[in-house]
Every structure is written in C-alpha cells, then in structure tokens.
Design a binder for this molecule. Structure first.
Ligand SMILES: [Zn+2]
Length: 318
C-alpha cells in the first residue's frame, strides 16, 4: 500500500468520525448506543491506517408505534359502507367481493328464489343461522331468500322494466338507481315466505317479519329500512330487506334505534382512536372508532371497513 493511499484512508476515517458526531448531535433526538445500559458511550473509533474502517456506532431507538393507514379505495369497501341515493357503490373498490351462489353455500335448506342468486360468502354462516333459528321459533320452514346480490346490469333491467310498466315517476319512487342500490354490496337481501306447496306468502305480514326485526342483530344483520327512518334513508318501510353490518354494529344500532346513516354519523361525530365507542354484545366486547387519516395501530385483533363517505370504521375485538 502506498503512503498516499494510507494517508487518504486516514483522512477519510477522520472525516467519517467527524460527520457521525455532528449528525448525532444535530439530530436532537435522544440517542442510545447499542452497548446496553442506556448511557451514551463514547463512539469507538477504529485504528486508522491499514485496519478496518472505524466501527459505526449502532443507534437504536424505541420501536416506533405501528401505524394503521389505508388507501382512499379502502374507504369505499367493507361491511359498513353506506350505499344510498347520495352514495354510489364503487364496483372497482369492491372488485374482490367474495360472491358465492347461495344454493351451493347454504348449510340450512331454506328456499331461494333463483338458482344463481349470490351473496358475499362471508355472511352466509350468519344468514343460515338466522333463518334456521327463525324457522325453529316459528315451528315452520317458510323463510326464504327472495332477492340478494344484484349487478349493475340487473338493477338497470329492474329499473327499465318498472319504467316501461308504470312510468318514470313510479320507477324513481320505488327502484334504486343502478349503482346506488344496497343490493350491489352482496351484504343485503330480501326475505320472503314460501309455503310447502311452493305458493308465496307476504313476508311483511308474517310472524317471521316480527321475529326477524327483533332478532336479526344477534346475527349481525339490521332491518335497514324502518318506517320511522324513511326521511333519512329515502326508502319506504321495507320489512323484508336486511343488511349485514356485523354483530357489534348491529347490536348498537338496534339498542339505540339508529339506521345506518345515523350510526355512521354518530361514529364520525363522537369517536376517535383516542375515544372509541365500547360495545358489548353476545358475551363479547369491542371498541369501535372512526378515523379519516392514519392513526396508531390498535392492539389486538381488529377489522377496518370503509364508510363510503371518506373515512373508515375500525372495530377492535377485546
Ligand atoms: Zn332489498
């Protein structure tokens, strides 16, 4: 090795040590060196010359708090999304919706009015249990599913048909505009009555409707369009239409007589990562909060659902 290269290395080492000490003090943070007891030790400069480069002090800091963040697309997908005349369903954000054919997935044999009728596979166990328990309570097996997931094209057909038959005014009043129907979510369905002779009954006049209205929340469903909420939901009283939101949310909405519009507004107005809503239901406990930006990641198991209004609802299982 030449004299010049040794001299060059020496200069480099001295410069490196100088830069390290300047940057450590300039950064203004509490720097803890890796040698253990938390008291800063002197950085050990390695011997100059032909030896190895000086050892760079290992800097460790307290582990950063993990952050919960989400994309804009995630605010438009999940069990709690609001879909109504003012909030369109985002088909792209929900491209991964796990649709399944009800007749193939059902574990309890209730009538379904359509071979290919689909729902989100994630709500099938809850739906099966709810219908089975209703039938058991009634002592009959009449509860059926009369409508479930609808594509945009399907909803367009319904709209066109109604418009042709009864005129535009009627269609506007009774049919959701394609893209704005809760049936697009795969989380909503209409219940019906089908008797043993396969004739149809009227669900809204049945005892089953009364049972469902009182018990659906135990399974994570809500009766979405109640008579006393028509001004908020924009939909007339529908005893047959149920929407899955998940047990803690359904329990709170039922206990406080809130429709989904009101519930989401309450979460947005009154909760935050620091001040979650505590809910106990079915022998379990949850904390629920709204956020529209990154926040510290909650401890334990949690799920995130968009509200389709620009934020997310975080549900933490305790
Ligand atoms: Zn419906």
């Amino acid at each position: 090795m030449t004299y010049q290269s040794v001299r060059f290395k020496k200069i480099c080492c001295i410069l490196l040590i100088f830069l390290l000490s300047v940057s450590a003090s300039a950064c203004g943070k509490k720097v803890i060196y890796a040698d253990g007891d938390g008291s800063p030790a002197e950085a050990q400069a390695g011997p100059a010359g032909d030896q190895a480069a000086p050892e760079v002090p290992q800097v460790t800091e307290a582990p950063p708090v993990r952050e919960l963040s989400f994309t804009e697309e995630q605010t438009r997908a999940g069990d709690l999304i609001l879909v109504n005349a003012d909030h369109a369903y985002d088909f792209e954000a929900n491209a991964d919706l796990p649709l399944t054919v009800i007749r193939e997935a059902q574990t309890y044999d209730y009538p379904v009015s359509g071979e290919e009728m689909k729902l989100s596979s994630e709500i099938m166990p809850a739906l099966d249990a709810m219908i089975r328990d209703c039938d058991e309570a009634m002592g009959t097996e009449y509860t059926s599913v009369s409508s479930a997931w609808r594509s945009e094209e399907y909803q367009q057909n319904v709209w066109d048909e109604m418009e042709e038959l009864y005129g535009e005014e009627y269609a506007e009043k009774y049919v959701a505009v394609p893209g704005f129907s809760e049936h697009h979510t795969g989380l909503a369905l209409d219940l019906g009555i089908i008797y043993e002779d396969e004739s149809e009954g009227t669900f809204s006049e049945s005892e089953n409707a009364v049972w469902m209205a009182e018990h659906a929340h135990h399974y994570g469903f809500v009766r979405r369009y109640a008579e006393n909420k028509t001004e908020i939901t924009g939909i007339s009283n529908e005893a047959w239409h149920f929407r899955y939101v998940g047990i803690p949310h359904a329990a709170y909405m039922y206990a406080n007589d809130l429709c989904l519009e009101e519930y989401l507004a309450r979460l947005k107005d009154t909760t935050s990562p620091e001040e979650p809503l505590s809910v106990e239901a079915e022998g379990r406990s949850w904390q629920i909060f709204y956020t529209d930006g990154p926040c510290p990641e909650p401890e334990g198991a949690y799920t995130v659902s968009g509200d389709n209004c620009g934020g997310v609802i975080v549900t933490v299982k305790l």
